[in-house]
Design a protein around this ligand. Structure first.
Ligand SMILES: *Cc1c(COP(=O)(O)O)cnc(C)c1O
Length: 358
């Protein structure tokens, strides 16, 4: 609780729906309570005037991604268990979040990132929050295997989404959607990498309904990148490839959870190309004023693709989770041949430019 007695952070707001945590062990950065933003341009562009689309903008969490919801739970539990260190394998956002929550309570944090692309914003967060950062000469799936082995041998708490408390914390995003809309939406779309989040949302929606908080359950729509779409093709991908590095995962840890979410909800898991992701990424930033990272844009691209097949029913509500902030990946953001016009310190020269018709 803060000074006004108002409940803050997801553990305090939703403690009745979460595993119990000793109140003295709660490590929070006031995560959650992110906005559900009504899309204006997207339904118009898709010709879906009778469909309401919302962005659940998780980029506004303390470290800029939804990972904070799971991390407050996982790190609080680690503190409760008197752990001294946490470890994770990460394509970026998990490491940023783990490092932040660990720093807040004096835990050591070890981060293993896969070889190759990792978004700069995420890497610099891990460093600045004081984590020990290591690069594995291998892909994400191999890095995860490695930290699993070492965590159990060294008694270090693993804070990847195989840690069950991560999923518990992440399910609170579904609670917030229901609290905001008054019921569950008809469809919920989100990007899928390791598949922890789609598992968590489905758990959240079904539990909330059981408690009488909603009438409906959404159809879950999981979107993968075409070069990293094991759940779409039905088998692991040896060398996953996509510019959306947060979902560049070939063998999702929560495979079963994702399939259950899809089948129990009557939804689907589909894939989009990097080109479709680029288009959606620009669209929501340039037309909606919402700047999310490439992996998040994959979910928007998925909704665009499905809308063109007439998938969404008139009068329905669609929620798209935008999982992380656009600021995370500056290299991707600056790779669009933007022009920088140099202007003289001369009011007439500037006037000429700003009054031009195009
Ligand atoms: C982690 C992450 C994902 C993928 O979530 P999973 O739970 O691994 O499926 C998608 N987008 C962003 C921005 C992420 O950080």
């Amino acid at each position: 609780m803060n000074m006004t007695g108002k409940k803050i952070g997801i553990i305090e707001r939703y403690q009745n729906f979460l595993p119990p945590v000793d109140p003295t062990c709660i490590i929070s950065l006031n995560e959650g309570n992110t906005p559900l933003i009504l899309a204006e341009a997207l339904p118009k562009y898709l010709g879906l005037s009778g469909v309401k689309i919302y962005y659940k903008f998780e980029g506004l969490n303390p470290t800029g991604s939804f990972k904070d919801r799971g991390m407050t739970m996982a790190v609080s539990k680690a503190v409760e268990q008197k752990a001294t260190s946490v470890i994770c394998a990460s394509t970026g956002n998990t490491s940023a979040s783990a490092a932040a929550y660990a720093s807040r309570c004096g835990l050591r944090c070890f981060v293993l990132i896969p070889e190759g692309k990792i978004a700069k914003g995420k890497l610099l967060q891990a460093y600045r929050y004081g984590a020990k950062v290591m690069m594995v000469k291998g892909n994400f799936d191999q890095a995860l295997q490695l930290v699993k082995e070492v965590a159990s041998a060294e008694n270090i708490v693993l804070v990847n989404s195989v840690n069950p408390y991560r999923i518990e914390g992440q399910k609170t995003a579904a609670f917030e959607v229901v609290d905001d809309l008054g019921d569950a939406p008809d469809y919920h779309a989100l990007p899928v990498g390791n598949a922890g989040n789609i598992t968590a949302y489905w758990k959240g929606y079904t539990e909330y309904k059981k408690h009488g908080k909603s009438w409906m359950l959404p159809k879950m729509i999981g979107i993968q990148a075409a070069g990293a779409a094991p759940l779409v093709i039905g088998k692991p991908v040896e060398n996953p490839e996509t510019e959306a590095t947060a979902i560049r995962i070939g063998n999702p840890a929560s495979w079963k959870g994702a399939i259950a979410a899809r089948d129990e909800s009557g939804g689907l898991i589909d894939s989009v190309t990097d080109e479709e992701i680029r288009f959606a990424y620009r669209f929501i930033a340039e037309r909606e004023g919402v700047f999310a990272e490439p992996a998040s844009a994959a979910a928007v691209a998925g909704v665009m693709k499905l809308a063109k097949t007439g998938y969404f029913k008139e009068g329905s509500r669609v929620v798209i989770t935008l999982t992380g902030s656009g600021l995370k990946d500056p290299d991707y953001a600056l790779n669009f041949q933007d022009e920088l016009t140099v202007v003289k310190i001369d009011a007439r020269a500037l006037s000429k430019i700003v009054s031009a018709k195009t």
